[in-house]
Design a protein around this ligand. Sequence first.
Ligand SMILES: Cc1cc2nc3c(=O)[nH]c(=O)nc-3n(C[C@H](O)[C@H](O)[C@H](O)COP(=O)(O)OP(=O)(O)OC[C@H]3O[C@@H](n4cnc5c(N)ncnc54)[C@H](O)[C@@H]3O)c2cc1C
Length: 244
Amino acid sequence: MYITKYARKVTVIVLHDVGIVDCNRASAEKAFNNPKIEFVWNSVLAEIKGKGEVESVVVKNLKTGELTELAAHGVFIYVGMIPGTDFVKGKIELDERGYILANEQMETSVDGVFAAGDARVKYLRQVVTAANDGAIAAVSAERYLDEEQSFKDEVVNVDKPVALVFWSPASNESIDMASRLDALIAAAGGKYKVVKVDVSRKKRIAQKYNVEVIPSILLLEKGELQLQLNGNVDDDTIKAQLKI
Ligand SMILES: Cc1cc2nc3c(=O)[nH]c(=O)nc-3n(C[C@H](O)[C@H](O)[C@H](O)COP(=O)(O)OP(=O)(O)OC[C@H]3O[C@@H](n4cnc5c(N)ncnc54)[C@H](O)[C@@H]3O)c2cc1C
């Protein structure tokens, strides 16, 4: 139906018996009544002919074996609507039809696994949207690897316990608390390494530790959570809780 908007005539080659098509009845009736569409039943495409561009096709009748050549200017292989996602089935979240669920950043249900293109649940499956997804997925994957590496370098593989402070440029109190924490720990002889996480740029670390309140302070040892202070806490509370 869609191709008849652009083509003078559309020939649909169907491998089933007369009148049987793999779509709902309402769409089938519309197609049968469209004067631009003709059907060739019990047949498959055997060959596409042409020099540089399509000039004709050879159609094979599956019942008689007869080959018929039809003039054509284009061929659209209707490959069906089953996404080839079996290799990730049971590993990442799919919808009931087998399409991969991925968010705006192309993140799937599994940390570090990204999806792009027709295999995703999406509104429009076209080259331009697939390329768009691909660009986003590539940037997301690059940021993911970068965040993972800097987390290991700055938080996990360090000698001291780490005081992670989650702040955001949109929250003045979080900026203030980050510098107060810095000063308090410095005054106490640098018992902890202070790492400041800007949640507007690095959301993953906050998600990893379920940090929902900005500011928050987390005390970690080799990446393991020891203590969590949510909200804008005063100096005395910080000193008492961090034992500094
Ligand atoms: C007949 C037809 C006409 C179309 N016409 C247009 C059009 O005019 N304009 C338009 O914008 N879009 C059109 N589209 C849609 C467009 O082709 C797709 O939206 C686009 O190609 C999707 O890109 P993709 O990279 O997600 O998937 P694909 O282009 O399908 O690429 C996926 C690739 O992954 C490979 N692959 C699959 N499984 C595995 C595996 N397990 N391991 C390794 N590789 C694997 C496949 O072989 C394939 O090469 C058309 C589609 C069809 C079928």
